[in-house]
Write a protein that binds this ligand. Structure first.
Ligand SMILES: Cc1cc2nc3c(=O)[nH]c(=O)nc-3n(C[C@H](O)[C@H](O)[C@H](O)COP(=O)(O)OP(=O)(O)OC[C@H]3O[C@@H](n4cnc5c(N)ncnc54)[C@H](O)[C@@H]3O)c2cc1C
Length: 301
């Protein structure tokens, strides 16, 4: 019986594991693969302590530190969690485990457009994260696919860096935008909104050079930011009866408790506004700390 079982091997999961181990709790961490989404970042420049580091190297460092502290890190997919506080049964594809406390740090996946060369150009012009990558496009031409609030926020951020920003949206008006954002978009001279279009083809040799639209137009650009939403990995949480938002993000309190005693949430899978490595790490620390405090209290009782 482990004290703490963490699902997810991204920044939230590794940090939860590091804190849990340093609280002397018997800790196991299970994730589908080493590193989470951040491993996909070609260059991370906003994680304190590293001026510039590849996402893969940052993940490797987190994993090393976790293992050095004695955490058992297992690569497997968790398919079921049952039971109750202090007595959870966890089934992964290859093995089964028991734990007193569970931390869900399962992250989210970006929705993709599903275009032919989308994967090939990922990190070579195609991006799913303006906060992470905007600074690489100083004085360049970029496009943003999407028309929701997140897409507009990305377009505004990009317009601080890029020479020109196209917003490419399939509907004839933005989708439930904050009025102030629309006003700001209209005021920015370097943003052009193109409605009722879909991106059909990504064009380029080694990296993205242009996109072809379904109105037969071709727009030359260096970067295309795909902002058509994300899907949280919250199936395990849903099966446990954890309260989720309308978009299926886990609802936690400030100390990362869910409504199910003994289960905590951290990182991109929870309902929090800034989805970044550093915030995920912070929430992982909070979840482990709350689990520790509760275990300590339960032992005294
Ligand atoms: C291209 C790109 C660039 C980025 N650049 C930056 C950047 O520069 N700086 C920054 O701070 N952030 C960046 N981000 C955002 C950052 O990657 C995320 O905010 C961060 O990874 C969230 O951490 P997490 O631990 O919550 O989730 P994740 O990193 O997504 O980790 C969750 C892990 O849990 C695993 N998992 C899910 N379900 C299960 C299951 N049932 N069983 C086992 N394992 C499971 C997943 O496979 C995944 O490995 C970037 C994101 C992308 C896509």
């Amino acid at each position: 019986m482990y004290d703490v079982l963490i699902v997810g091997t991204g920044p939230a999961g590794y940090t939860a594991a590091i804190y849990s181990a340093r609280y002397n709790l018997d800790t196991i961490q299970i994730g589908e693969m080493p590193g989470g989404l951040i491993s996909e970042a070609p260059e991370v420049c906003n994680y304190p302590g590293f001026e510039s580091i590849s996402g893969m190297e940052l993940s490797n460092k987190m994993e090393e530190q976790t293992k050095e502290l004695g955490v058992e890190v297992v690569y497997d997919e968790v398919i079921e969690i049952k039971g109750e506080d202090l007595d959870f049964k966890v089934k992964a594809k290859r093995d089964e485990y028991e734990a007193k406390k569970i931390i869900l740090a399962t992250g989210q996946e970006r929705r993709r457009l599903g275009l032919d060369r989308e994967n090939e150009f990922k990190g070579k012009g195609v991006s799913y994260c303006a906060t992470c990558d905007a600074a690489f496009y100083d004085d360049k031409v970029v496009g943003v696919v999407g028309g929701g609030d997140a897409a507009l926020a990305s377009a505004l951020l990009l317009s601080d860096h890029a020479e020109k920003v196209y917003i490419l949206y399939r509907r004839d008006e933005f989708f439930r935008p904050e009025p102030i954002r629309v006003k700001e978009i209209e005021q920015r001279e370097n943003i052009e909104s193109v409605f009722e279009v879909n991106v059909e083809n990504l064009v380029g040799e080694e990296k993205l050079e242009a996109v072809e639209l379904d109105n037969s137009e071709k727009l030359e650009m260096d970067g295309l930011f795909i902002e058509i939403g994300s899907i949280p990995n919250s199936d395990l949480a849903e099966d446990l009866g954890i309260n989720l938002t309308e978009e299926d993000y886990i609802i936690t309190d400030e100390e990362r408790r869910t409504n199910i005693p003994g289960v905590y949430g951290a990182g991109d899978v929870i309902d929090s506004p800034l989805k970044q490595g550093i915030t995920a790490a912070g929430q992982g620390a909070e979840a482990a700390s709350t689990a520790y405090e509760e275990l300590k209290k339960e032992e005294v009782e």
